[in-house]
Design a protein around this ligand. Sequence first.
Ligand code: ATP
Ligand code: MG
Length: 397
Amino acid sequence: MSNVILARMGEVTLKGLNRGKFEAQLKSNLKWRLRNFGKLSIFQSQSRIWIEAKDENNPNFADAEAAKDILHAVTQVFGIVSVSFAVKFEGDFDRVRAESVEYVRTFLNEHPDYKTFKVEARRGNKNYPLDSQEICAEVGGDIIEAFPQLSAKMKDPDFVLMVEIREFNYVYSGKIMAHRGLPVGSAGRGMLLLSGGIDSPVAGYMMASRGMPLDCVYFHSHPYTSEQAKEKVIELARIVSGFSGSIRLHIVNFTQIQLDMLKNSPQDMITITMRRVMLMIAEQLALQNGCQCLITGESLGQVASQTLEAINATNEVVKMPILRPLIGMDKQDTCDISRKIGAFETSILPYEDCCTIFVAKHPKTHPSAKDVEEAEKNLDIQGMVEMGLKDVETITI
Ligand code: ATP
Ligand code: MG
């Protein structure tokens, strides 16, 4: 008898000829994500992946409580829909009955208030001497006999005991929902413009959930933005990397560029000009690092720089597509995702990502082409881009 993790695949199983590639990517991502949990064997059959410890004394598989961390790690791997922690054993139906009762005994220790249950059964081999209904009836009967406080209930029971009879037998109860999506690495790489706010980490998480590995770029204006602001962005990148896998974070020294803008362009256009230069630098970094797109956390109408006119004015400086997964999202929904991925508490830490001296009180919300041209006529934009690219610190997370 041993404990195993059962992970269910989602969208991957809808793939046609390519399915093998997606599955291989998913297994390799699981292997990487679980690299600190001891030697494991990761085996896939149909729409499921079974994860087992090679060493029978692996503490991460000792019991459901001890397995919490590894189960959580599995849920963070995109491509997995849900996970369960199961007991695996060999043997005939008498063994299945006995192990089911033992499982419930342990389970009730953790949930002493549970009173109702139902059994669900699956057979891999349709020639098994009992069909699913008979398995449920027999096992259910044994459970009621062993635990007189329990009664069977088909609708909304306190717990469902799953019995699966395949090459091996499995019993388990409950499942933890995972983050779904497609395995990271199944799509091309993207360059995320990561600020210290709520939106951009969510945007990165969303694109990674479609299989996209990430690089990140952060524009830092030290000393106008504090060292803590930078630490906060590094921490956010670390949180996103829990889902996306390893991230290269490029920190661009933006101070001199912003000071030049402050001196030589109209206040109400600074945000637009600044964002144009950011995108130009980001595009070059993207090309240098094998990225095929840029990603931002913009959402239509959220702030002055996110009107359609402002978006158009910034969009036009780059050739690469800019993906904006939050463009049609309500802020509340973005905050919900931010909480779900564990970024929210970090994102709301009060370190400004752009010092107030750089932000106009009344930025232009509907800039025209003429406004943009006017704003940049005294600026050496190309020189600024080059200056930015010369002063980049890259951290691998
Ligand atoms: P966020 O919550 O992600 O900071 P926001 O609502 O504050 O977004 P803006 O400040 O207008 O909106 O920024 C829009 C997008 O531009 C951000 O989501 C991010 O992708 C990018 N961005 C803004 N500031 C920076 C920065 N200092 N470094 C890198 N990217 C940035
Ligand atoms: Mg911001």
